[in-house]
Write a protein that binds this ligand. Structure first.
Ligand code: PAF
Length: 281
């Protein structure tokens, strides 16, 4: 596997790879990322992974500074997973001037849920993802469904800008107790780690209930109950919400009971660690 740190060497190396599958990451890789690499390999195209902790998508009081940087271990894991090329730029390479031009995502999609809880987050994500797409010019790009809203937003951006990229979404990889794998799980102390699967369990219960809701008022009541129940377990929820899979808007009456229309999404803080997860229903 080649490891490249500059835009010039990346462009040079890409001449030899007419088709590529890109897996963008912020590093601190775990089995969820390696599943993305494995999925990218199944496209048959050479696999390019990027590792870049993108300042633009972190709010002023978020964890940009303490986000784990583990490039050497990441490179070893990527190599063993069969990645062909690792692009690991520093900030001066990605943002040689202040990135004053930004991608402004559709507020209908980017202003709800995590977008409402983390103002500017998806603008930062869309900006770096578009830039990575420009640099790597991939045929395929693979994203995890754990970041469900991010995946929808990237798909929408690709559609609206007519980018010739096939965006592939991959199911969330979980630990045996149901906790979605995430770099931020590393912030949890052992007692918090033991309680962390409560978030997924709450989303699953809400998904099971949503499938049988009589009407939208009933659904709203179950959302409130689920949020309060998680708070009673010591979490600080940002939201637990049932949404339409297609556009993340609240369901309409005819969505209730229809198969494969809805997704339950949640974000909540356990101590100082903010976790997100979702369950399709
Ligand atoms: O999902 C992530 O790790 C990041 O949001 C991404 C897509 C690599 C952009 O920085």
């Amino acid at each position: 596997m080649r490891i490249l740190h500059t835009v010039d060497t990346l462009r040079e190396a890409l001449h030899a790879l007419p088709r590529r599958a890109l897996v963008p990451t912020m590093g601190n890789l775990h089995a969820g990322h390696l599943a993305l690499i494995e999925r990218a390999r199944r496209t048959g195209a050479p696999v390019v992974a990027s590792v870049f902790v993108n300042r633009l998508q972190f709010g002023p009081n978020e964890d940009f500074d303490r986000y784990p940087r583990t490039l050497q271990r990441d490179a070893e894991q990527l190599e063993s997973a069969g990645c062909d090329l690792l692009f690991a730029p520093d900030e001066a390479q990605m943002y040689p001037q202040p990135q004053t031009w930004r991608v402004l995502p559709d507020p209908a999609l980017a202003g709800v849920l995590d977008g409402a809880a983390r103002p500017g987050h998806f603008e930062g994500v869309a900006t770096v993802v578009l830039k990575l797409f420009q640099l790597v010019q991939p045929t395929f790009a693979v994203f995890g469904k754990k970041d469900y809203q991010q995946l929808l937003l990237v798909r929408d951006m690709v559609r609206q800008f007519a980018l010739p990229i096939d965006v592939i979404g991959l199911d969330t990889v979980r630990d045996a107790d149901g906790l979605a794998l995430s770099s931020r799980n590393g912030y949890l102390d052992p007692a918090q780690r033991a309680r962390a699967p409560q978030l997924r369990a709450a989303l699953q219960r809400l998904a099971d209930t949503a499938a049988h809701c009589a009407d939208l008022d009933d659904l709203a009541r179950h959302e409130r109950d689920a949020t309060q129940a998680l708070a009673a377990q010591g979490w600080a929820p940002d939201y637990l919400s049932v949404r339409r899979r297609a556009d993340l808007q609240p369901p309409r009456a005819d969505d209730l009971g229809a198969p494969r229309r809805l997704v339950v999404l949640g974000a909540a803080r356990l101590g100082s660690t903010r976790l997100i997860d979702n369950v399709e229903c």
